[in-house]
Every structure is written in structure tokens, then in C-alpha cells.
Design a protein around this ligand. Structure first.
Ligand code: NAD
Length: 398
């Protein structure tokens, strides 16, 4: 059992997922809740020596002023769980302390919709290199002030539009030069990833934004002997696809079409209502079926912003498939989840498993974390159970 002080640096620190992480962690530290929804709290991981909740200290970057307290009040009101108001009250001192530590991030190449969320005080640096240095300094100051042994940086910021990365250099020594170029195509998510990895911290991308996906950034992780993984947390509809897809494949049913309609109304939904930002998310949600089935059925993923639904997401999926003698059949399911409360325990799990990976000296990508992601980097295994067994096996191996 580790007693190290571990930092958790959230990019998008006043957003819904981050606020739920902060509330949940504070409540877990005070033993006010059971760790329901937390994978790392399963008996399979009881003896692997994961850090305890009380070992974690939180801060992060944000581009909006707002307050964590207001974000949490809104989430609690929407959660249809009145007991959470009392829990939030008991955790208030820690929540307010974290809020005071949050630093200004960057809106470099985030697209118009995300830039529209930002406060006028977000610094405009002279160059992407200056931005990286500023972000790195913020993380280093946190490590020093809290006497942290390790820092896990997790991106839970808004989803960026697809980045124009065609022809991006594959070597870090080449990519690094772009940081001085006023036309540098790397979006904010990648600047944060560079800042984290250059600082020797671990980096996790819970969003479908570019982050540490380019080959040159992976090389940077290797050079700094640190680690990273992503992309895009698998929390609802896509989780169902990765469970049901292998069933269709292994019963030799032919999936003819898979249509999924998603409606929700939180800030993430507002950002994803922009067709450019939506494109990044749809690509991530649509990728896995072809790889699970070995062929590409007709697919459609829609995401619609319905403001009054708030954090409650409904996904309706219609799967048309044919069985013996070509007889057509249908499976339909409706998933209704409170989005941030699905995501938050997974963010905490990722922090715990990544901290363990740091203690075990893992360098580069961490494919054993694949079960947490819609688009696991460099991996074609999308079946949920097989991905989960990869995690169990890695955890059991010391
Ligand atoms: P949100 O809009 O509530 O929070 C995002 C926060 O990031 C906002 O506070 C915003 O101001 C901030 N932000 C935006 N750009 C930033 C930047 N460049 N630097 C620093 N902060 C920035 O959204 P959310 O519901 O908390 O979701 C967060 C992310 O997680 C989204 O990208 C979403 O697609 C992804 N995600 C969420 C789920 C889930 O909620 N179930 C699942 C998978 C992925």
C-alpha cells in the first residue's frame, strides 16, 4: 500500500467530469460513500498495492472563471440524488481549497466554440513553446508546494475539433521545432500533453482530442521515461457496443446495421453541437465495431444537444442482424446515464492504475488501460472482457 503523495492534475478542472471527480474523491477520503462504479475497488485489485484515496491531491488548468462549488451544486441538483447535497456540504472546505489552486490554461487552436467558453483573462502567450513552459511551470509548482512524489495529468477538457496533423513529423526532435512556429498546428490538448511529459509526469487523455496520440509525442514519453494513454473514456453507449459486439461476432450473427442516437444537455453537449467538435467524438464512437466484427456494417452515430436533459444522456441503439438461414432480427437498447457520474470513478481509477504503472517503471503507452477507452491507442482489441482481462493480468504481474 503506497503512502506517497500523488498529484492529480485535471485539465478542464471546473468542468462537470472534473467537479464530480473532486466531489467523489473528497467523499471517498471521508468514507461518506461506497466506491460504486470504481473498477480499481474491485476485489481483483485488492492486493496490487494501489494508492489510497487519501494519497491524492488535486489541482488543474481551466479556461473559465466559474467556481467548483457552483458546478457541483448544479450537478447535485440534476443528479436526482438528494443525499448528495449533504455530502457536498461536508466536502466543501476541500473543494474550495482545490478551486483556489486551479491555474489558467490555454485556448491555442481549440476552435471557436471552446474559445467562446473562455474568460478574457486566459493568457495569450507569444508562442506555443512559451505556453508549454507556462503549463509546465504550473505543474512543477504544484509538485513542489504539495511535496508530491508523482503527478498524473488527466485531460477532461472539452472535445476539440479534429486537428490538422497530416504530415506531422514522427520524430520528437522535428516536432519540437514547431513550437516556435506561429502556424504550429498542435492543439491545446497536445500542448498540455507535451508539458506533462516533458515535466516527467504521466499523461492520460480522457477525451477524443489529439493529446499525446502523435508518434513524436509517444517518443517524447520514451525519452523522458514517462507514460501516457487514451483516448476518450468509454462510459456508456460505446461501453455497451464493446460488450455486445463480441457476442454478435462469437455467435456468428451478421450485423447488418448499428444505429445509435444520443441526446443530452450538459456543457459537453453544447460544445459537441458544433459540427467540427462533433466530428471528433463521432469518429471515436464509430471506430470500434468494424474492428470487433472484422467487417464494417452500416453504422450511424448521432449526437444531439437537448438543453433540458442536462447531464442525463439517453442513447437509443438499433442493431439489425441476420442469423441462421439469413433470417433478420433486431436488438434495441436504451441507455440512460448521468454522464459525469459514469466518467468520474473511471478518471480516479486511471489515476490509481497510472500511479502504479509509474512505481512499476512502465514507459510509453499503457495498453493494459484499454478497457477504459473508446479509442485505445495502438490497439485493435476492442472487446470489453478481453480488455478487462488485460488489466487484471497486468495488475497481477509484479
Ligand atoms: P464540460 O464542458 O463540463 O467540462 C469541460 C471543461 O473543460 C470546461 O470547464 C471547460 O471550460 C474546460 N476547458 C475547455 N477547453 C479547455 C482548455 N483548452 N484548457 C483547460 N480547460 C478547458 O465537459 P464534461 O462533461 O466534463 O466532459 C469533459 C470531457 O470528457 C469532454 O471532452 C467529453 O467529451 C469527455 N468525455 C466525457 C464522458 C462522460 O462524461 N461520460 C465520457 C467520455 C469522454
Amino acid at each position: 500500500m503506497s503512502k506517497a503523495q500523488v498529484g492529480l492534475w485535471l485539465i478542464g478542472a471546473r468542468g462537470s467530469v472534473a467537479a464530480t471527480v473532486i466531489l467523489g474523491l473528497a467523499a471517498l477520503k471521508r468514507k461518506l460513500i461506497e466506491p460504486l462504479g470504481s473498477v480499481s475497488s474491485l476485489p481483483q485489485f485488492a492486493r496490487v498495492g494501489l494508492a489510497e484515496w487519501e494519497n491524492f491531491v488535486v489541482s488543474g488548468h481551466e479556461i473559465r472563471r466559474g467556481s467548483l462549488r457552483d458546478e457541483i451544486t448544479a450537478l447535485v441538483n440534476q443528479s436526482r440524488s438528494p443525499h448528495l447535497a449533504e455530502i457536498a456540504d461536508q466536502c466543501r472546505p476541500e473543494i474550495e481549497q482545490i478551486d483556489r489552486r486551479i491555474r489558467w490554461g490555454t485556448i491555442y487552436r481549440v476552435g471557436e466554440t471552446i474559445a467562446g467558453l473562455a474568460d478574457g483573462e486566459v493568457p495569450q502567450d507569444d508562442s506555443p513553446r512559451r505556453t508549454v513552459q507556462r503549463l509546465k511551470d504550473d505543474m512543477a509548482a504544484f509538485v513542489a508546494s504539495e511535496k508530491l512524489e508523482h503527478l498524473v495529468v488527466i485531460n477532461v477538457a472539452s472535445t476539440e475539433p479534429p486537428a490538422d496533423v497530416a504530415g506531422l513529423p514522427r520524430r520528437w526532435s522535428e516536432l519540437e521545432k514547431l513550437l516556435d512556429d506561429s502556424q504550429c498546428p498542435l492543439p491545446a490538448s497536445t500542448l498540455y500533453a507535451i508539458a506533462a511529459l516533458e515535466g516527467g509526469h504521466s499523461y492520460i487523455n480522457f477525451t477524443p482530442s489529439l493529446g499525446a496520440a502523435p508518434a513524436a509525442i509517444d517518443e517524447l514519453a520514451g525519452l523522458r521515461r514517462t507514460r501516457h494513454y487514451g483516448c476518450d473514456g468509454k462510459t456508456g453507449e460505446t461501453l455497451m457496443k464493446s460488450v455486445l459486439g463480441p457476442m454478435f461476432a462469437e455467435r456468428n450473427f451478421k450485423v447488418l446495421s448499428w444505429v445509435g442516437h444520443n441526446i443530452f444537455g450538459n456543457r459537453d453537449g453544447r460544445v459537441l453541437a458544433d459540427p467540427a467538435n462533433k466530428q471528433t467524438k463521432i469518429a471515436s464512437k464509430d471506430r470500434l465495431l468494424g474492428e470487433i466484427l472484422g467487417y464494417r456494417p452500416h453504422t450511424l452515430v448521432s449526437i444531439e444537444y437537448v438543453p433540458d436533459l442536462g447531464d442525463w444522456k439517453t442513447a437509443w441503439d438499433h442493431v439489425h442482424f441476420s442469423g441462421f438461414l439469413g433470417v433478420p432480427m433486431t436488438l434495441q437498447f436504451i441507455w440512460q446515464g448521468c454522464d459525469s457520474f459514469l466518467a468520474a470513478p473511471l478518471v480516479l481509477d486511471l489515476a490509481r492504475f497510472t500511479e502504479l504503472a509509474w512505481r512499476r517503471g512502465v514507459v510509453g503507452r499503457m495498453p493494459f488501460l484499454a478497457s477504459f477507452f473508446k479509442s485505445p491507442l495502438g490497439l485493435t482489441e476492442h472487446g470489453f472482457e478481453r480488455q478487462f482481462q488485460m488489466l487484471v493480468q497486468w495488475a497481477a504481474t509484479t
